[in-house]
Ligand binder design. Structure first.
Ligand code: OGA
Ligand code: MN
Length: 222
């Protein structure tokens, strides 16, 4: 038997379209040269819950998604892609055990009654992979994006699109991050490559990382 997490009506292929809206020009890199040093406080609207899943729960999720990746190759060749060194799937059906874990994520990140996309995005980033600065599509994704980080700790960087204010956040393995409102719309986010993966002066080694990412739908305009 399979279970659907946060089942809601309607499916949208937000992913392919979200990619289109990720900026491909190196604008944020330029701006960052003049950025203020990383501020100690996290940006408004960002919440990180450490140890959101246990080692055993992480394994349950990995066992479930790994078979889908087995025959897929990591994508490295698209130099202008927002993501480098990755493979990805969207998944709707889960075992009961995984579904109850993912339901816990939805309750924490979105509360009850929010329209969460039933198509959950699973992004497998190679040890040499990274995500360039981007803002997820405002047309296809709503005000909240939540991600479970599995297998590797990493540094997520936020850069304010107007002021170039820059803030780094440590996403520990098995943590859940929730970005909402201001940080979701006004800052680009990115995952640093291994060579640049520093937090408070300390190198944070990057190994293969799997993120399970949840997004709600944008509110309908009336
Ligand atoms: C994305 C993204 C972050 C992550 O796929 O748009 O920003 O946690 N992913 O992997
Ligand atoms: Mn994103």
């Amino acid at each position: 038997m399979t279970w659907t997490v946060c089942s809601q009506l309607g499916r949208v292929s937000w992913l392919a379209k979200a990619k289109v809206s990720r900026p491909t020009a190196p604008g944020p890199f330029e701006r960052r040269r003049f950025a203020a040093p990383s501020a100690p406080r996290p940006p408004d609207g960002l919440r990180v819950c450490e140890e959101f899943v246990s080692l055993r729960e992480e394994q349950i999720l990995l066992d479930e998604v790994e078979p889908s990746f087995r025959k897929m190759k990591y994508q490295f060749d698209h130099w202008d892609d927002a993501i480098h060194g990755y493979r990805e799937i969207e998944r709707e059906k889960w075992s009961a055990e995984a579904a109850s874990l993912l339901h816990r994520v939805c309750e924490t990140a979105f509360g009850t009654g929010s329209e969460v996309s039933p198509l959950i995005h699973i992004l497998d980033l190679d040890a040499h992979g990274y995500i360039k600065p981007h803002v997820d599509s405002i047309k296809f994704c709503g005000n909240t994006i939540a991600g479970l980080s599995l297998l590797s700790t990493c540094v997520m960087r936020f850069v304010h699109e107007g002021t170039a204010e820059q803030m780094d956040t440590l996403l520990k393995r098995r943590s859940l991050y929730i970005m909402r409102d201001k940080v979701r719309y006004m800052f680009t986010h990115e995952i640093l490559k291994n060579e640049e993966s520093y937090y408070e002066g300390k190198h944070i080694p990057r190994s293969r990382r799997i993120a399970i990412i949840f997004r709600n739908f944008p509110e309908e305009k009336t």
